[in-house]
Ligand binder design. Structure first.
Ligand code: PLP
Length: 452
C-alpha cells in the first residue's frame, strides 16, 4: 500500500518530529516502534520480541491479532462504516444485547456506548445526577477514572492534583480498604477480614452522613483497583457498600474499565461478591482494544428517568459500527475459547508463581492477585513496609528493574514501588513461566537494596 509507505527505520524519527505524547515529558520519550503482534507477544521494528505482561494498556484481553475480530471489523467497514447517533443499525442492536447479556443477572439491560473509559464515567455521573437529582459523587483516593475533567475530578490519585482546582465540583474522596497499608490497622495485623471490611464500610457511612445523604448521587468505585494497587475488596465490603447505597438511595457505580471482561475470571469483577450495582462502566477489554469503545450499562429504571425528557448529552461516535463489530466479535471469541475459564485457571498458576517470588525475594513486601490481575509490592524493609519508591515518585531501583525486564523482552508496567502483571487472558503456563523467570532475575536488583 503506497499510501502507508515508510521504511521501518524512519518510523521513530518521523514520530519524534510530529507526535505529541500523552503522560510524558516530550523531550524524554523513547517509544517502542511496534511492528506486529500475535497472541501474547509483539515485535518491534528491529524484530525484537516482547512477551506482553501488560496487555499493552491492560486492554488486549483476548490477545493480539485475533483473526475473528479483525475479520468482523473488516466486514463491518465494508457493509456500513458509520451511522448517526440517532439512527440504529444491526450491529448496534446486537452489541447492546451482547453487553446487556454479560452484566450480572443481565440486570443492567440498557447500554450507552462511548469512546472509552473516561467518557463512560462522565456519562455515568450525568445519569446518576439526572436520576437522583443530587450532585455529589463519592470516590476513593486510590483510584483512576480517566483524564477528562469530570473523570479526573473523580480520580483520587495524584494525576488529579496536577489539574486542580479547575475540575468538576462535587467529588468527595474516601479511603480504600487496603489492608497491607491500612493506617488504622497497623497494630491489628490479625483482624478478621469481615471486621476489616466493616471498619471501611463504617468509614464510608460516616462520610455519607457528614456530606448529607440527600446531596449524594453516587458512589463510584473501581471494583478491583487497577493501577493504584490491585486492591481486592475484602469479603463483606462490596455487600456493605451496596447496603449503604440502598439505605440512602445512592446509586452504586462500578468502574470495570480495567477489571471487566474476564480480567478476574468473570465478565465483571463485582460478580465475585454477588452484588448488583446500578451501573457498570467499561472500556478496554470490551473490544480487547481492537477499536476504541466504552459503555455505561445501567438498570432500566435509570434509563426510564429520561423517558419524558431528553438526556442532554451525546457523542458523534457513540455506537460506532466498527467498534461495535469489534465488541461483538470479542465477546463471541471470549465465549468460544472459554477465556474466562483460562483466566481463572491461569490465575491460580500465576498466584503460585507470585507466591514463589515472594518467598525467594526479600524485596517483595506483598503479592496480590485475582484472576490474571496481579501485583508485586516492593519494599526496602518487610517489617516497616517502607516502599521501594516514595509515594508518587520513581527510583533508580525500579527504573533498573523495569529496564532489565524490557532488555530481556518482558514488557510490563511499573507504578511507583509496584510491578503490575496483567497479561492477555489467553496466556498459558509456559508463557507465564517465561515471564516469571525474567522477573525472578530482575528482582535481584531490588533485593540488593534490602537491609542495606
Ligand atoms: N477507569 C479505569 C479503572 C481505568 O483503568 C481507565 C484507564 O486506564 C479509565 C477509567 C479511563 O479509560 P480511558 O483511558 O479509555 O479513557
Amino acid at each position: 500500500n503506497l499510501m502507508f509507505n515508510l521504511p521501518d527505520d524512519e518510523i521513530l524519527p518521523l514520530s519524534k518530529e510530529h507526535v505529541f505524547w500523552t503522560w510524558s515529558a516530550q523531550a524524554k520519550v523513547n517509544p517502542i516502534a511496534v511492528k506486529k503482534a500475535k497472541g501474547v507477544y509483539f515485535w518491534d521494528v528491529d524484530d525484537k520480541k516482547y512477551l506482553d505482561f501488560n496487555s499493552m494498556t491492560m486492554c488486549v484481553n483476548i490477545g493480539h491479532s485475533d483473526e475473528r475480530i479483525i475479520k468482523a471489523m473488516q466486514a463491518q467497514a465494508g457493509e456500513l462504516p458509520y451511522a448517526a447517533p440517532g439512527m440504529t443499525t444491526k450491529i448496534r442492536a446486537l452489541a447492546s444485547k451482547a453487553v446487556a447479556d454479560v452484566t450480572p443477572n443481565k440486570a443492567l439491560s440498557k447500554i450507552l456506548f462511548t469512546l472509552g473509559g473516561a467518557d463512560a464515567n462522565e456519562n455515568a455521573i450525568k445519569l446518576a445526577r439526572g436520576y437522583t437529582k443530587r450532585h455529589k459523587i463519592l470516590t476513593r483516593y486510590r483510584s483512576y477514572h480517566g483524564a477528562t475533567a469530570g473523570a479526573m475530578a473523580a480520580t483520587g490519585d495524584p494525576r488529579r492534583v496536577a489539574w486542580e482546582p479547575n475540575l468538576m465540583p462535587g467529588v468527595v474522596h474516601f479511603l480504600d480498604p487496603y489492608r497491607y497499608r491500612s493506617t488504622f490497622h497497623q497494630s491489628q495485623a490479625n483482624i478478621s477480614e469481615e471486621d476489616f471490611a466493616r471498619d471501611y464500610v463504617n468509614h464510608l457511612e460516616e462520610i455519607i452522613l457528614y456530606e448529607r445523604p440527600d446531596s449524594i448521587a453516587s458512589i463510584l468505585m473501581e471494583t478491583v483497583t487497577g493501577t493504584n494497587g490491585i486492591i481486592i475488596p475484602p469479603s463483606g465490603y462490596m455487600q456493605g457498600v451496596r447496603q449503604l447505597c440502598d439505605k440512602y438511595n445512592i446509586l452504586m457505580i462500578c468502574d470495570e474499565v480495567m477489571s471487566g471482561f474476564g480480567r478476574t475470571g468473570k465478565w465483571f469483577a463485582i460478580e465475585h461478591w454477588n452484588v448488583i450495582p446500578d451501573m457498570i462502566t467499561m472500556a478496554k477489554g470490551l473490544t480487547s482494544a481492537y477499536a476504541p469503545l466504552g459503555a455505561v450499562a445501567m438498570k432500566p429504571e435509570i434509563a426510564a428517568a429520561f423517558d419524558e425528557h431528553a438526556f442532554e448529552s451525546g457523542l458523534t461516535y457513540t455506537s460506532h459500527p466498527i467498534s461495535l463489530a469489534a465488541a461483538v466479535a470479542n465477546i463471541h471469541a471470549m465465549r468460544e475459547d472459554n477465556v474466562l475459564g483460562n483466566a481463572t485457571s491461569m490465575g491460580q498458576v500465576m498466584r503460585r508463581m507470585l507466591n514463589d517470588l515472594g518467598e525467594s525475594h526479600p524485596s517483595v513486601g506483598e503479592v496480590r492477585s485475582i484472576g490474571l490481575f496481579g501485583i508485586i509490592e516492593l519494599v526496602k524493609d518487610r517489617k516497616t513496609k517502607e516502599p521501594m519508591t516514595p509515594w508518587n515518585q520513581s527510583s533508580p531501583e525500579m527504573n533498573a528493574l523495569k529496564k532489565y525486564c524490557m532488555d530481556n523482552g518482558l514488557f510490563l508496567y511499573t507504578h511507583w514501588h509496584t510491578v503490575l502483571i496483567i497479561p492477555p487472558l489467553i496466556i498459558n503456563e509456559e508463557q507465564l513461566k517465561e515471564g516469571f523467570d525474567i522477573l525472578d532475575k530482575a528482582l535481584e536488583i531490588t533485593d540488593r537494596t534490602v537491609g542495606g
